[in-house]
Write a protein that binds this ligand. Sequence first.
Ligand SMILES: Cc1cc2nc3c(=O)[nH]c(=O)nc-3n(C[C@H](O)[C@H](O)[C@H](O)COP(=O)(O)OP(=O)(O)OC[C@H]3O[C@@H](n4cnc5c(N)ncnc54)[C@H](O)[C@@H]3O)c2cc1C
Length: 414
Amino acid sequence: MARTVHIIGAGLAGLSAAVELTLRGETVVVHEATTFAGGRCRSYHDSTLGMTIDNGNHLVLSGNHAALHYLQLLGAQDRLVGPPKSEFPFFDLASREQWTLRINDGRFPWWIFKSNMRVPGTHAFDYLPLTRLLWAEHDRAVGEVVRFTGPLYERLMRPLLLAALNIEPSAGSAALAGAVIRETIATGGQACRPLIARDGLGTALVEPALALLKERNSPVRLGHQLHRLRAADARVESLDFGSDSIALADDDAVILAVPPYTASALIPGLETPTEFRAIVNAHFRIEPAPYQPPILGLVNSTTEWVFAFPGRVATTISAGDRLLDTPRDALARTIWSEVATATGLPPELPPWQIVRERRATFAATPEQDALRPGPNTRFTNLFLAGDWTKTGLPATIESAIRSGRRAADLVAPH
Ligand SMILES: Cc1cc2nc3c(=O)[nH]c(=O)nc-3n(C[C@H](O)[C@H](O)[C@H](O)COP(=O)(O)OP(=O)(O)OC[C@H]3O[C@@H](n4cnc5c(N)ncnc54)[C@H](O)[C@@H]3O)c2cc1C
């Protein structure tokens, strides 16, 4: 009988492992604790707004090659959309200035020499210190490697690194910041095109994977939470789901693609990140303004990014822990007044929803980054996946999908 690969967790890491292995002809079963797939990257029907929304706005960049490969496997490349060029419109709430950052294709950064492409108020030589992040040591924080002050920091590096690392950039890992810069800005505009799931994260990243798994007879068992891994010597012998358990055959394998706090509870002694940062999203049921860009960056504001979707305007605030106790209606009002100012939409508050994800990502400090384990465990048939495993990237869709593919490669090299 063919061996079975059990994948625990149907977030993007688990789904990417499942898709890879299914396409390589493996027998795969996915076990998911909740009643939905997608984990931290999902769509759901919101009864307050009466529409389907995402748990949070997710931005992918065209340089996120594992994410794009995953979409290709699913035949869903067209479900992430973005402009043909790398363009980022910004609005400064304090000065009311607007500008568009334009990063040219190709490795040579012509854009920093052109005042109509770079950040207003900066000079080409201001960008030089960025290169120090490309070779930063793993134990350094961004603030220890470069001292960003002034317009380049406020108008580009802070928004970029805050979004990518989900932590106040000065405290963030310089190595993780370097990896982001290396794979995006330093590669050129072709790697920085912003891509969003215009019709929702579920439609783009989750449903096509579930459809493929179904078509290939790889079951996804929802509401099937792993309670315990029973192991003997160097092997996991059975999976205990509470109401039932599965005994593993000699060549069966398990990929544990759950959040770090669950992985460390299931594998005693496993070191994982222990600190987290929140992301706060607001959703407003209103048609975007006629010329509103799909993504607008705000600076000198509480709101950081404004996304335009059909019938909905949504905003993101990273490292939003300071806002977890703010009353929801006060937060909605503050955010909406900023959005209305930046977009020209009417100041009256439309129907709204606030979604606060407390443990959106692990805290991307050098100390927490050092706690990330690789994919191998002390058990020969158990592998780890998840955005928090040691991928060299901050906790992102790209990190999650890469980790799933890496675990799949260890189980069944292709
Ligand atoms: C609000 C928000 C905004 C974000 N914005 C961006 C962005 O703009 N760009 C970007 O690239 N990334 C973004 N991210 C990060 C991105 O969503 C994550 O990196 C990615 O979804 C993590 O996937 P994962 O599979 O590693 O983990 P998860 O999605 O956490 O998946 C783990 C799965 O395991 C399941 N599980 C847990 N315990 C068990 C158990 N015992 N048995 C069975 N199943 C179990 C969980 O229910 C879950 O489905 C954002 C995250 C949030 C929350």
